[in-house]
Design a protein around this ligand. Structure first.
Ligand code: NDP
Length: 450
């Protein structure tokens, strides 16, 4: 067909790597999706003819800009800001902003690409984007963070809007940063709209948004276990990270009767065989959200073990929840988890497991949920925040939690539909990828060649 190479994973990935040199995280994210979607496309030639996968792997546009700000001593700093508007076939662009020194185009393209499928899975009308800056909020004063956020938004506001692109938080972007950015947008545009989600409750935020990613992740595990006639009750759990997603995954697991025995941060991990109950979790929340201190203080306070500079995957557990960052479970860590009896993994973070690690979980036939399914609760409640902003009303906490739970159930159902294997096992990776792909692909087909 027009001298085109046959659609195989190898040919497709070669082209992608040539067009996006050295963007390894982006290659990794695309390959994971392409491996399950290409066989499906080969059975549906209309997608192949319209080159839907090639089009999906190319962002609609990428915006890169300079962010200049002044520190408390009057020193001038220059950072690089980004917004990758990936795909708006099924709704306005939607996805978080990440402030972290490692932010680059490869990371944001991997996150934006993943977001396309995740947002599609939520059942809500949301396209996909991701953005951020190579700015490190750690160690900065509140006023420095404010000046950075205002400078960042002074440029970004030109490209976003409540019907165009609605950013949210991600690593390094919590309520404080969202508030500074929303305040600046409101000032520049002279309008109060739901242009950004993750806002505080007083000015257009939603109940359960803060908790949504973590709660959703725990609900997804509950669904996977329920499907096998099992439950979270009494299971030992490891949660990596100690930020927003980790805290609320742990909170819901505790509520569901799970026993969380390890958590971590960039400094190392803590192991508490007695279990982290709600009171101990409140200590961690205060430690991370207010004091912004190391998790080592937990070990001192509750006389448990602290392992500096290590990841928690060597601790035997029934269930594992990687909720810190990308590529935190490699092949060895995955083997160790399986060897120690782990029966289920649900990703709270985006792409925390390397391809080799995913293979280990799948070959061991344990339950494994990719982040685009199991952490979709966050963006789903962001979508509900947008709905409430447009309607100018607030649903109550119970209403939102019920909706979140139902969305996670529906995502699980979609994974079952497309991921069921002949022997009854569920391939959640294939299920999530194909279900996410199909909705966006059908919309793109309907629009014709644009
Ligand atoms: P936070 O910044 O609130 O927390 C991140 C946590 O992970 C912190 O405890 C941090 O440690 C730890 N961490 C970060 N990098 C590393 C590393 N290299 N090694 C060990 N620990 C690390 O972020 P979130 O909880 O919001 O996000 C976590 C993950 O979940 C990310 O992958 C994000 O993309 C994903 N996600 C987040 C959503 C959300 O709603 N917030 C939605 C969907 C996905 P320390 O405390 O020392 O900094």
């Amino acid at each position: 067909m027009h001298g085109r190479k046959k659609l195989t994973l190898e040919n497709f990935m070669q082209g992608l790597a040539r067009r996006n040199p050295r963007q390894f995280e982006f290659h990794q994210a695309v390959e994971e999706v392409a491996a399950s979607v290409i066989p499906y496309i080969l059975q549906h030639p209309e997608y192949m003819k319209a080159r839907i996968l090639e089009r999906m792997a190319e962002p609609d546009r990428t915006i890169i800009f300079r962010v200049v700000w002044e520190d408390d001593q009057g020193g001038i700093h220059v950072n690089r800001g980004y917004r990758v508007q990936f795909n708006n076939a099924i709704g306005p662009y939607k996805g978080g902003l990440r402030f972290h020194p490692t932010v680059n185009l490869s990371i944001l393209k991997f996150l934006g690409f993943e977001q396309t499928f995740k947002n599609s899975l939520t059942t809500l009308p949301m396209g996909a984007a991701k953005g951020g800056a190579n700015f490190n909020p750690k160690g900065k004063s509140d006023r420095e963070v404010m000046r950075f956020c205002q400078s960042f938004m002074t440029e970004l506001h030109r490209y976003i809007g409540p019907n165009v692109d609605i950013p949210a938080g991600d690593l390094g972007v919590g309520t404080r940063e969202i508030s500074y950015m929303f305040g600046q947008y409101k000032r520049l545009e002279n309008e109060f709209t739901g242009v950004i989600t993750g806002k505080a409750l007083e000015y257009g935020g939603s109940f359960v948004r803060r908790e949504a990613t973590g709660y959703g992740c725990a609900y997804f595990m509950q669904q996977m276990l329920h499907q096998k006639g099992d439950s979270v009750e009494g299971k030992t759990c490891i949660v990596s990270g100690a930020g927003n997603v980790a805290q609320h995954t742990a909170e819901k697991l505790i509520e569901l009767g799970g026993k969380v025995i390890a958590m971590s941060d960039t400094s190392g991990f803590i192991h508490d065989p007695e279990g982290i109950d709600q009171e101990k979790l409140n200590f961690i929340m205060d430690l991370k959200n207010r004091k912004r201190a190391s998790i080592a203080e937990y070990a001192e306070k509750f006389k448990s073990q602290y392992y500096p500079n290590q990841k928690p995957w060597s601790v035997p557990c029934d269930l594992a929840f990687p909720c810190a960052t990308q590529n935190e479970i490699d092949e060895c860590a995955a083997q160790e988890l399986v060897k120690n009896g782990c029966i289920g993994v649900a990703e709270g973070a985006n792409m925390p497991t390397l391809k080799e690690g995913v293979n280990v979980f799948q070959n061991a036939r344990i339950l494994y949920a990719p982040g685009k399914a199991s952490n979709a609760g966050g963006v789903a409640v962001s979508g509900l925040e947008m709905t409430q902003n447009i309607m100018r009303l607030n649903w109550n906490r119970d209403e939102l939690e019920a909706r979140l739970k139902d969305i996670m159930r529906q995502i699980h159902q979609k994974c079952l539909y497309y991921g069921q294997e002949e022997d009854g096992r569920i391939d959640y990776v294939r299920g999530a990828n194909i279900a996410g792909f199909k909705k966006v692909a059908d919309a793109m087909l309907a629009y014709g060649t644009i």
